[in-house]
Design a binder for this molecule. Sequence first.
Ligand code: SAH
Length: 349
Amino acid sequence: MDTKARFARLIAATGPISVAQFMAESNARYYDSRDPLGRAGDFITAPEVSQMFGELIGLWLADVWDRAGRPGPIHYVELGPGRGTLARDALGAAQRFGFVPQIHLVEASRALRSIQRGMLPHAIWHDDFSSVPDNGPLLIVANEFLDALPVRQMVRTAAGWRERMVDLERSDAGDRLVPVAGSRPMDAAVPAALAAAAEGAIIETCPAAAAVVDDLARRLAAQGGAALMIDYGYTVPAHGSSLQALRAHTKVDPFAHPGESDLTAHVDFSVFPAIAQNAGAHWIGTIEQGAFLIALGLGARVQSLGKAAPAQAEAIRAAAHRLAAPDAMGTLFKVMGLAAPGWPTGAGF
Ligand code: SAH
């Protein structure tokens, strides 16, 4: 049975489900069954745009590790590694500086695990972060992972705040899944400053992303290491639903094709510094992807790759533009750095 039919049956039997449950189950099914990346898929990510992205991240990691005194055993941990392209490019660049860590990939999708196995045969796979070893520093990377985690939404109705739910609308033209306001009052879950927001206002939070950052930060504090979390999102609190769905590189109704389209939400980076610091880690900063890559030497990398392959020089320049320019991924995407206390804070921030 397809995902939409399963939701329809569930809702018909027990009533509307939360947006968070809808997003979690849709994405679990979506990712498990396919490789969504690339031209033939639904979306393209920075590591798939150019090897330069992964290489610069690998050099960032090697530099931090070197300045920390080259401790071992050392673990490379990537959350949601997609095709494994970022890990391959990062570790390829970093090994020239002697950084050869154990590789740990946190990946839920069976389809993507099998592609990663071809790219990184020596890696160790984990269902979630909890089984990553605790016997040495962790150098952690996540690109477009947090945006796939389920968001919780509240909507302001005439009667007060309600959780935003997904219901089944039956009609002769066919059944549809549609967002509705839940029936239970949720005013207590909303900050006092927003109590009187206009009817229709929506606030969105991502408890799962907060939990991931808390876990990582605790491990960094206990074991040493550093983390780079890269995603599209915002650094000052925002309102409204940012839930979106991509199918074959086109935006579609997020409720129309559960399990068949990529559901993401903007990442609220504004909540992470306090979470990381409360967990004992150091928040290095959160900056725009373009500024970060340029500070790490994107321009020099474009030059040297272009010189080595003159026929590709224009394509390499175009890829760098896509990664770093404000009208492409350069400002929408943010890079957050975390470090263990006493560890170097890393270049580029
Ligand atoms: N980082 C890759 C892929 C991004 S797509 C890139 O930049 O190209 C999101 C990735 O996160 C996929 O690998 C997906 O399978 C994985 N993922 C999504 N939700 C997950 C979860 N709850 N647990 C583990 N992996 C998850």
